[in-house]
Design a protein around this ligand. Sequence first.
Ligand code: TRP
Length: 333
Amino acid sequence: MKKKVIYSAVQPTSQLTLGNYLGAVNNWLKFQKEEENDCIFAVADLHSLTIRREAEEVRSSTLSLLAQFLAFGLDEKKNILYVQSHVPAHTQLSWILNCYTYVGEMSRMTQFKDKSAKHADNVNMGLMDYPVLMAADILLYDTDLVPVGIDQVQHLEIARDIAIRFNNIYGDTFKVPEAKLGKAGAKIMSLTDPLSKMSKSDPNPMGRINVLDSEADIVKKFKRAVTDSEAVIAYDPENKPGVSNLLTILAAAEGVTPERAAEECEGLMYGHLKLRVADAVAAMLKPVREEYNRLISDRAYLMQVAKEGAKRAAKRAKKVLRRAQNAVGLLVE
Ligand code: TRP
């Protein structure tokens, strides 16, 4: 049986949040358990250069994200875990794809427009070209499925468009990937503003739990979580977004439905609900944090994992890159 190639990547911009963990990472852990999947997970360091950053921070956050992947329980033998810039085929293919992508379609991308507005002093070519590099990431591995959040769906669509366009000109070269939205795991909202998503870039640090937060920080943040004035515990995202978010988090941490979590907490005061959720989250993240601390102090090991992963990734990427180079007429030796 041919395995399904599942590809995803995360930018090493800051620590992953509880939202990333319960949303994306939990799904990745599920995929790696299923025998029919062949999973590739990358640290998208090149993408993170589109916003100006200190070199040392780029370096340390790249290593940190790799350590987080491992601490979550992603297996470096079962999956391919690697750093994007270690596999030159990504930039090589993205140049070719650039020549089959229109300026107009890139300038209409929602994220490009948002980020250009937010970083008006640095609207660089990379920011605009970001989706083409992402298309290269995906297409290089003959990917079947790309688990992404809703904010990346447009980028996946453009990757598909580019692949289809290229195939129409040159014949079957790229596998056309599908988005895997499906059961996106739990959608976790900000603790301070439960109407918006818990985000790694939220300027208010109290709104998000980072996966590496200390127990004390976790408790402090949940204690201050926004609720409402009703003092009734019920799962009702529309009318009680704050309380419902707490129940969603509790449910995801304990592997039950939010409705079930609401039943279990019936009659509790909000203060007690918050502590209960904080305890559940702290218990869930403790082993992750401990494993992370162990790994991050072993730089040699992490570099070895990155090197092995890049070697395996490069071997596969090279074949697809060759196909594309041949198709467009580059002199391939
Ligand atoms: N752009 C993605 C994000 O910010 C990260 C990413 C880079 C990615 N390359 C990818 C995601 C390929 C899926 C597939 O979330």
